[in-house]
Design a protein around this ligand. Structure first.
Ligand code: FAD
Ligand code: MLT
Ligand code: ZN
Length: 472
C-alpha cells in the first residue's frame, strides 16, 4: 500500500526528491518536543512552487495528509509526523529571490534559515529584526507559520509585523498571492495575516516578502542580579522609562545553573534568585551614563543586588549566552514547556498566584523559569526526573497545565505566547479562545483546506474529537 502510493507520487512528479530511509523518517518526523514517535509515510523535498502544488494536489486526491516542515525547531509538535503523513520539507527552497530597494523588501523562499535571512538583509545595509536562539536551524516559513517572537519583540514586535506579502499553496493546490508587498491595502480580508500563525493548517508558505529596516544604533548588554520576582517588573518599569531598550529577558538561578553546567561562564561569584539580561541603545556617552545611573539607583533601592555592563562584544555575547543557551541546556531533561502570556500590567497579580499554584503543584519536579518578561511572556519548563516514565511525567504536567490555563483565563492571558498550539497545547486552546472563535477557525480551515490535507490534528481537530494531543 505504502509503496504503491509512493510509486504513484514518483510517477506523477518524476523530478521530486523523495526520502524513505528509516533514518530520514526519524529525522524529519519529529521536532524539538521529542514526544511522539516519528512515523511519516515519506519525506517530499520539492525544489519549486509547481512541485509543491503538484504534491498537494496528489495528496488531496489520494487522501494523504501533509505535514509542512521547516527546521523542526518547533516546541509544540506542529511539525510532528507520527501518523503516516507525508512530510513536505521546504529545506531545498532556500534562496533569496530578490531585493526591492524602494520598498526595502527582501523576497525569499520559505526554507531559508532565519540566520541566512539576517545575512541577506545585512548585504543591503539593513536588518530583519526578528531574532532568537534557533536562528541557525529554523526556517522563515516556520517562523511565519508560528508567528515567532524572540528576544527583540519589545522593540520590533513578532514576525507578523515584518511580512509584506506571502505566496502560499492552499489545500486545493492553488497558489495564493497575498498582499504583494503593499504597505496600505484596504481591500477586504487580509489573508496574509490569517496565514501568519496558522501552523501549516491553512496553506503552505512557499515564498515571503519581508520588510527590512535600518540597523539599530550601537547597543550594549547589561546583566542584573535580582533579589525577588516582585522586583522584576519594577526593574523593567524603571529601565524602560530611562533607557531605550531592545531586549529585557529574565532567568532564574535554576536556569543559570543549567546553562553554566552546559559550558557557559558563571557571571558572579555569588548566586542570586533572579537575573535579567537587557540590551539598550548606547551610542552616545549620555546613553551610557544613563544606563550606569539607572543601575546605581536600582542598587540603592535594593531592587538589584549586583550587575555587570559588557565591556566588549565578546562579553556581550557571553552575557547573551546565559539567556540564549537555556533551551539547549535543558533539552536532555525532556522538559515539559509552558509558553504563556499575560498583559504586562496583569503580570504582578498573575505571577503572585502562578507561583503559589506551581510551587504546590510541582513539589517533586525541578521547575525552570525564564523568558521574555518584557513582553509578558514566561517560559516555565518542568524537567523530567531521570527515573520517571515520560508518559507519566507528561500526564502529571498536563494536569497542572489545566490549572494554569484556568488561571491564565482569569487574568486574560494566553496558553501560547509564541511557540504555537500544535499538538502540545491543543487540549488547552479553549482557555484562550472562545467556543465561537474556535468554531469560526474550523469554518476557515474548511474553506481553505476542504479535504483536510494540511496538518490534520494540529492546533484543533476538525470534528472536535481529539485524536492526538498531550499524551505521547
Ligand atoms: P517547524 O518546527 O518545522 O514547524 C513549526 C510549524 O510551522 C509546524 O506547524 C509546521 O507544520 C509549520 N510550518 C513550517 N514550515 C511551514 C511552511 N513553509 N508553510 C506552512 N507551515 C509551515 N520560538 C519563538 O517564537 N521565540 C523564541 O525565542 C524561540 N527560541 C527558540 C530557541 C530554541 C533553541 C529552539 C529549539 C526553539 C525556539 N523557538 C522559539 C521555537 C521555534 O524555533 C520557532 O517556533 C520557529 O518559528 C519554528 O521554525 P521551524 O522552521 O523550525 O518550524
Ligand atoms: C526561548 O525564549 O528561549 C525560546 O522560546 C525557547 C524555549 O522556550 O525553550
Ligand atoms: Zn521564547
Amino acid at each position: 500500500m505504502t509503496s504503491d502510493l509512493l510509486s504513484d507520487l514518483a510517477a506523477q512528479i518524476p523530478e521530486l526528491l523523495l526520502k524513505t530511509e528509516a533514518a530520514d523518517l526519524e529525522f524529519y518526523g519529529r521536532d524539538w518536543t521529542r514526544r511522539w514517535k516519528p512515523a511519516p509515510l515519506a519525506i517530499a523535498l520539492p525544489s519549486s512552487v509547481e512541485q509543491v502544488q503538484a504534491i498537494v494536489r496528489w495528496a488531496k486526491a489520494q487522501a494523504v495528509s501533509i505535514v509542512p516542515s521547516g527546521g523542526r525547531t518547533g516546541l509544540s509538535g506542529g511539525a510532528v509526523a507520527a501518523q503516516g503523513e507525508l512530510v513536505l520539507s521546504l529545506e531545498r527552497m532556500n534562496r533569496v529571490l530578490g531585493f526591492d530597494a524602494h520598498d526595502r523588501i527582501l523576497t525569499v523562499q520559505a526554507g531559508m534559515t532565519l540566520e541566512a535571512v539576517h545575512g541577506a538583509a545585512r548585504e543591503h545595509g539593513l536588518i530583519y529584526p526578528v531574532d532568537f536562539a534557533a536562528r541557525g536551524s529554523c526556517s522563515i516559513g516556520g517562523n511565519i507559520a508560528t508567528n515567532a517572537g524572540g528576544i527583540r519583540v519589545i522593540r520590533y514586535g513578532n514576525t507578523r509585523n515584518w511580512i509584506a506579502g506571502l505566496r502560499v499553496v492552499s489545500g486545493d493546490g492553488e497558489l495564493l498571492e497575498l498582499n504583494r508587498g503593499l504597505v496600505k491595502n484596504s481591500s477586504g480580508y487580509d489573508f496574509r495575516q490569517l496565514m501568519i500563525g496558522s501552523e501549516g493548517t491553512l496553506g503552505i508558505v512557499v515564498e515571503a516578502q519581508l520588510w527590512l529596516t535600518d540597523p539599530p544604533p550601537e547597543s550594549n548588554v547589561m546583566l542584573l542580579a535580582l533579589p525577588s520576582f516582585e522586583s522584576l517588573m519594577q526593574v523593567f518599569g524603571h529601565l524602560r522609562a530611562r533607557l531605550s531598550l531592545s531586549a529585557f529577558e529574565f532567568l532564574t538561578d535554576v536556569a543559570l545553573k543549567h546553562v553554566v553546567a552546559h559550558g557557559a561562564q558563571a557571571p558572579f561569584a555569588d548566586t542570586y534568585p533572579y537575573y535579567v539580561v537587557t540590551e539598550f541603545d548606547a551610542e552616545s556617552p549620555s546613553q551610557q551614563e544613563a544606563a550606569l545611573g539607572a543601575f546605581e539607583v536600582l542598587l540603592e533601592q535594593g531592587l538589584v543586588c549586583d550587575g555587570v555592563i559588557a565591556q566588549s562584544d565578546a562579553q556581550a555575547a557571553a552575557l547573551w549566552r546565559l539567556r540564549e543557551g537555556i533551551t539547549e541546556s535543558l533539552a536532555r531533561h525532556l522538559p515539559y514547556k509552558n509558553d504563556i502570556a499575560v498583559r504586562i500590567g496583569a503580570m504582578p497579580a498573575f505571577l503572585a498566584e502562578a507561583q503559589v499554584l506551581l510551587t504546590q503543584a510541582y513539589p517533586h519536579f525541578e521547575v525552570v523559569w525564564f523568558g521574555h518578561i518584557g513582553d509578558g511572556n514566561l517560559h516555565i519548563n518542568v524537567l523530567k526526573p531521570t527515573t520517571m516514565d515520560n508518559a507519566d511525567f507528561v500526564h502529571e504536567c498536563s494536569r497542572v497545565t489545566e490549572l494554569l490555563a484556568k488561571l491564565l483565563h482569569q487574568h486574560g492571558g494566553s496558553i501560547s505566547a509564541e511557540h504555537g498550539i500544535g499538538l502540545v497545547k491543543k487540549p488547552y486552546l479553549a482557555s484562550t479562545r472562545s467556543e465561537t472563535e474556535i468554531g469560526m477557525m474550523r469554518a476557515i480551515r474548511q474553506a481553505l483546506d476542504p479535504a483536510g490535507t494540511l496538518n490534520p490534528g494540529k492546533l484543533f481537530d476538525r470534528d472536535n474529537t481529539a485524536t492526538q494531543g498531550e499524551t505521547p
